[in-house]
Design a binder for this molecule. Structure first.
Ligand SMILES: NC(=O)c1ccc[n+]([C@@H]2O[C@H](COP(=O)([O-])OP(=O)(O)OC[C@H]3O[C@@H](n4cnc5c(N)ncnc54)[C@H](O)[C@@H]3O)[C@@H](O)[C@H]2O)c1
Ligand SMILES: [Zn+2]
Length: 410
């Protein structure tokens, strides 16, 4: 027997640029990113979330003028290809097939570019199509939602849904560049503006207590979508995601742990069970609440910490319970999460706010109780507590579940 051992390392580096007005003729975020490729002409296919063009009737004209102004470096091969955005577009292969047809029709080579402009769903489709044409055409992402700017757009994953399962088909493919244009958020519906804030709460509570304190302090500003608070939140959240991906030693998730998916095992099921009616970020807020409550129940965070997480999410405007949680087949959801990550079941839980622990066993009966508790809390808030002021927290009460009025513990 003879074994030859192959070993090599590939290093990646890409800029994540924050700007406003990316298609203003003088804005050099895109032209600069293309110039860095060192080629004279950069043939580029634009794939765009249709909602953005609907929301800004001047956008296509701006893109066209930008192309003319920067024609020394940028060549649009056609007018933009539109995809109807939202989760539903990830459920069907048509978008990917159409992009492949276009990359083939315009003879894009592996040094050409797909410029994807849109929410996380369109970025995922365009990214998957770009990654699989010629085994990888360069992708520049221009994320247009809170969630895609602070999380999905800065990561290294692409994907579409298949067999009724989230992100069943996909690749790990870093983008060539990411351009976050805050002006896109101006036209975003409130639900989508809010949804992405959940990812900031997620990454803060697993990695950065000071950031969580900021989010807690600024929760009312964030609820009102104050531009300054939103932009600071997006930049710090994106930075923490990037730090994790770049420095964790596992950018392509070869191990079984996936801390950035804190709260996501149930969130993905909520999205599936509701056919996308609950948005990804909204489902993540519920998943965070559930796994935080479970962390509290096993003694990993204090009642004060749990309360601060709940209050932050609720004051920003998130519901922490949906009927889909009540319907959850917990065992199956955990098995599918394990299968998607590979290897042993690994669930990230909190270990105080700002740090985390990976566990390999989950008490499903306790988890069910936590779900019931979130349901009761929602009913309580609906019936009488909606506008009641938060009562003072008594320290040393950490053996009891969080509730607004004294009530027997479960
Ligand atoms: N690849 C990754 O690493 C990764 C990470 C996190 C999430 N995701 C994926 O991202 C998706 C969620 O992304 P999302 O929260 O951005 O939502 P989304 O892409 O579903 O977009 C939400 C809605 O906003 C519209 N829209 C987008 N930008 C707009 C704008 N500027 N003005 C008006 N309307 C606009 C879209 O058309 C859509 O209707 C999920 O599919 C999730 O799985 C991927
Ligand atoms: Zn997410």
């Amino acid at each position: 027997m003879k074994t030859l051992q192959q070993t090599f390392t590939v290093s990646y580096s890409f800029p994540v640029i924050f700007t406003r007005g990316a298609f203003h003729p003088d804005n050099d975020a895109l032209s600069g990113a293309l110039a860095a490729a060192g080629r004279k002409t950069n043939r580029t296919l634009v794939v765009m979330d249709a909602s953005i063009a609907d929301a800004d009737k001047n956008l296509l004209g701006k893109i066209e003028r930008y192309g003319q102004r920067h024609r020394d470096i940028l060549e649009f091969v056609d007018s933009p290809f539109f995809i109807r955005g939202g989760e539903v577009c990830k459920n069907e292969p048509a978008g990917v097939e159409k992009i492949h047809e276009l990359t083939n029709r315009y003879h894009l080579c592996r040094h050409s570019f797909v410029l994807a402009i849109g929410g996380g769903a369109v970025l995922d489709i365009a990214g998957y199509a770009a990654a699989t044409a010629h085994r990888g055409i360069r992708l520049i992402r221009m994320p247009t939602t809170t969630l895609s700017q602070n999380d999905a757009g800065v990561g290294v994953k692409t994907g579409i849904n298949a067999f009724g399962r989230k992100n069943y088909l996909g690749t790990f493919t870093p983008p060539y560049a990411v351009i976050n244009d805050f002006a896109f958020l101006d036209t975003l519906p409130e639900r989508d503006k809010r949804a992405g804030i959940a990812e900031a709460v997620k990454v803060a509570i697993i990695k950065d207590r000071a950031f969580f304190d900021d989010l807690y302090r600024n929760r009312h500003k964030l609820a009102a979508f104050d531009a300054d608070a939103m932009e600071r939140m997006i930049i710090r959240c994106a930075e923490l995601h990037m730090e994790h991906i770049g420095a964790s030693g596992d950018p392509f998730e070869c191990g079984s742990a996936r801390p950035l998916d804190f709260g996501h095992w149930s969130a993905h099921k909520i999205e599936e069970l509701t056919g996308g009616d609950v948005k990804h970020g909204e489902a993540v807020a519920m998943g965070i609440a559930l796994d935080s409550l479970y962390s509290f129940q096993i003694g990993n965070i204090s009642e004060i910490e749990l309360r601060r997480i709940f209050v932050t999410l609720e004051d920003i405007g998130f519901d922490l319970y949906h009927w889909a949680l009540g319907w959850l087949d917990i065992g199956r959801a955990l098995r599918e999460f394990q299968e998607h990550l590979g290897g042993d079941l690994t669930i990230t839980l909190l270990d105080g706010i700002g740090s985390r622990v990976e566990v390999h066993e989950i008490d499903t009966a306790l988890l069910r109780k936590c779900i019931d508790r979130l349901s009761t809390r929602k009913q309580d808030r609906r019936s009488k507590n909606d506008h009641a002021p938060e009562p003072e927290i008594r320290t040393g009460d950490s053996g009891h579940l969080l509730h607004r009025e004294p009530r027997p513990s479960p």
